[in-house]
Design a protein around this ligand. Sequence first.
Ligand SMILES: [Fe+2]
Ligand SMILES: [Fe+2]
Length: 474
Amino acid sequence: MSSVNLSDRIPNNVNLSNDRTLQRALEHWQPRFLNWWDEMGPNEFAHNDAYLRTAVGVDAEGWASYGYVKMPDYRWGIFLADQDPERKIGFGDFQGQPVWQQVPGEFRSQFRRIIVTQGDTEPASVEQQRLLGSICPSLYDLRNLFQVNVEEGRHLWAMVYLLHAYFGRDGREEAEELLSRHSGDVDKPRILGTFNESIDDWMSFFCFTYFTDRDGKYQLKSLAESAFDPLARTCRFMLTEEAHHMFVGETGLGRVIRRTLEVMKETGSDDPAVIRRAGAMDLPLIQRYINFWFTSSLDLFGSEVSSNAASTFANGIKGRPDESLYSDHLALNESFELVVPQGESGVGTEEIPMRNAMNEVARVAYVKDCGMGLKRWNMMIQRAGHAFELALPSTRFRRGIGAWANIPTDPTGKRISAEEHTRRMPEWVPTEADRAHVKSLMQRVVEPGKMAAWIAPPDRGINNQPSSYEYVKL
Ligand SMILES: [Fe+2]
Ligand SMILES: [Fe+2]
């Protein structure tokens, strides 16, 4: 097992102190990171103790420790899953060969672009979420927000380590750029669309952690297969942390729905106006938030047909999520049947070579994973005696990238006229009135154990603490 050094200025399990040049470069980047955190991280809470977990190793049993920490003092470290000396490349043209400990020159720019794109999303989400603390529905939720934030910060460290350690001067320059682009900035936006959307209410935050962090999970799963071993090991460990982010999203939305059902029972009504007057979120509103964030996250997988995806697969850069589940890791003779727009209003299919469909393969797995939470929520709704069913919209709906980009469809994927599309959009994604209502409910609740009226308490607290624990000391 790798040895963990927690006393270095930068905690790590990569023997950083053995490589003085690298260590110095990263120690030079560290104050810039802290500056960025100060300016772009969670506002107004720099001096408060928060009950957070910190990665202290990669041992499955005890990889994290819990305790109070002020966020700027958080010990952001560099942790890679342990190396498997026998590991072989699992897919693509180099399948079966030993994995790479260095980046092959011919794939350098492809690797760099992928690492930069992944790295860019991590600080982006911290920026997007920076104002949520002041309108938190409970101390428990405030703590979860901060946990997600500090871990996205650590994921940035994970990518910056790779850039510094394996990409020389280009890598160092990219690491600087990761701190100079900002979410929603007109001149220097973040690379991917969803990461420039604003997240100024907790419904958006829960949807983001449910849908967009889950996209992150699938990207990390693909990169965890990479032939470049340090990248694979980094991503494998990031997945351990990422699971909590999706837990926050799933339980967050689940608690909102549970509260809505309580209010429906109390008022004996499912009329959105009545539910809103009682201070909760109505189910149709929740569906519109789901529609918005799910469709926005779908675009993150890229085009259905992609020669770039074929090439990153062939070159061993990025595999399929859970590559080991497939029997053919070359994917040379298979094809994929894609649903595509046909003519003015039709829907048809097209056979494309499997390698070109890798984005779509990952998206299909992602959509299935997204469905799991909805199943549980629908069970709750059904048990409460309501016919309402939450649904994921079709992957053709409201797409901005790929075969269905800018093709007007309804949420079931049925093609409709541009006029109908525009006219009916308020039925499908959050309206101004929805957002205003959600905003009106965003009042800060910080008494330990108390919850805002629009969300039910969690089933249990964090790390066996009660849900009334003082998760953040204000
Ligand atoms: Fe992340
Ligand atoms: Fe995340």
